[in-house]
Design a protein around this ligand. Structure first.
Ligand SMILES: [Zn+2]
Length: 352
């Protein structure tokens, strides 16, 4: 079934190649070989890859499954999970992104930004996370066990989500694999992807790595399988987001419970790089809120408005109404009681 999907783009790539450069047999061979290895790669991929996974804003709702070269280095054919395919222009020299994959590009060194000092980074930068070509997919959906922030005397520079060994881990955005290695420093099997948007995502403790350095990846592509390698107690994904080597709380962008991307455009502020700076509603106040935030904020506001009173000897509903500037009827409605209900001492009544 996968092979049928591949036939069209391969035929197309080969046909273009034949007409354009019939004499260039070696190039044609290379192209066929490349396509062949793409098929093998696809066949070797874990089963989960064939199943569509819920995701947001991946173009028109599809997920990029794979990519094939064409004779033009700047153009690739991308296969989507609804059996469609299209040409994608790989950004070239006139785009600022070229710097993303040239400057500070190191497939060995974990931290290639040592000459970029924190004080030299801008106070804030606007990052477009998704558009018609740039998709998004959650890296892993689950409940966070350990958040971004100080952990005792150490710093936890990412989030931890428990998983079952072998669970697929997805590329969050499109980009290029910078590091795919076993890291002895604690990450275990580590995959670092640098994205078109300049962000890097780090994936630690993987059981298996399914990509190599310099591979192009698309949002939703499986880059590895979750595991328990490195300094890890129990299978989990350690996930980091970095910008010029600086970490910030990935919960600012991804709601790991729902798998949704919180925003399409991200205002990354310098103070987010502080290890104590966690994602929270207050960070979003000066940004355009997404639906999810608005719902979340409303809930928080509602919660903030609630006032409780612990019944003491002598309290009456009328007295409480006066004290909290409300009415007896309102207090009754909030607590599902009537004016005849006995006010037990120690009970908490919601008064607002
Ligand atoms: Zn961790």
């Amino acid at each position: 079934m996968k092979i049928t999907k591949l036939i069209l783009p391969i035929t197309l790539a080969v046909a273009t190649s034949v007409t354009a450069q019939a004499q260039d047999v070696s190039k044609l061979k290379e192209l066929i070989q490349q396509a062949q290895s793409e098929i093998e790669l696809l066949e070797a991929m874990p089963k989960a890859k064939a199943q569509p996974v819920s995701s947001v804003s991946t173009g028109n709702g599809t997920i990029a499954l794979d990519t094939l070269p064409t004779e033009n280095d700047a153009v690739k054919v991308v296969l989507f999970n609804d059996n469609s395919w299209r040409y994608v222009r790989i950004r070239t020299a006139e785009d600022w992104e070229v710097d993303t994959y040239a400057k500070h590009w190191d497939t060995v060194k974990l931290f290639p930004y040592e000459d970029v000092k924190l004080e030299n980074l801008p106070q804030s930068v606007v990052i477009n996370l998704v558009d018609s070509l740039k998709g998004y997919h959650y890296p892993y959906k689950g409940t966070i066990r350990s958040k971004f922030g100080p952990r005792g005397r150490r710093r936890h520079r990412g989030i931890d989500i428990p998983l079952k060994t072998g669970d697929p881990i997805y590329a969050t955005f499109s980009g290029k694999v910078r590091i795919s290695t076993y890291n002895k420093g604690g990450y275990g099997n580590l995959v670092v992807i640098r994205h078109d948007n300049g962000l890097e995502t780090w994936h630690g403790h993987l059981d298996q790595r399914l990509v190599k350095p310099n591979d192009t990846v698309y949002a939703g592509q499986i880059i590895g399988l979750g595991g328990n390698t490195g300094r890890s107690t129990g299978p989990h994904l350690h996930y980091e987001m970095r910008y010029f080597g600086q970490t910030f709380d990935p919960e600012r962008l991804v709601n790991f419970e729902t798998g949704n991307l919180r925003r399409e455009t991200f205002l990354l502020k310098k103070d987010y790089f502080d290890i104590h700076s966690r994602a929270g509603i207050q960070d979003f106040e000066d940004e355009i809120l997404g639906d999810e935030e608005i719902a979340e904020q409303k809930k928080k506001e509602e919660a903030a408005k609630q006032v409780y009173h612990k019944i003491r000897s002598g309290d009456t509903l009328g007295g409480l109404a006066v004290k909290y500037g409300t009415t007896v009827g309102a207090i009754c409605r909030l607590n599902g009681i009537t004016t005849k209900t006995t006010l037990r001492i120690g009970r908490s009544l919601r008064v607002r």
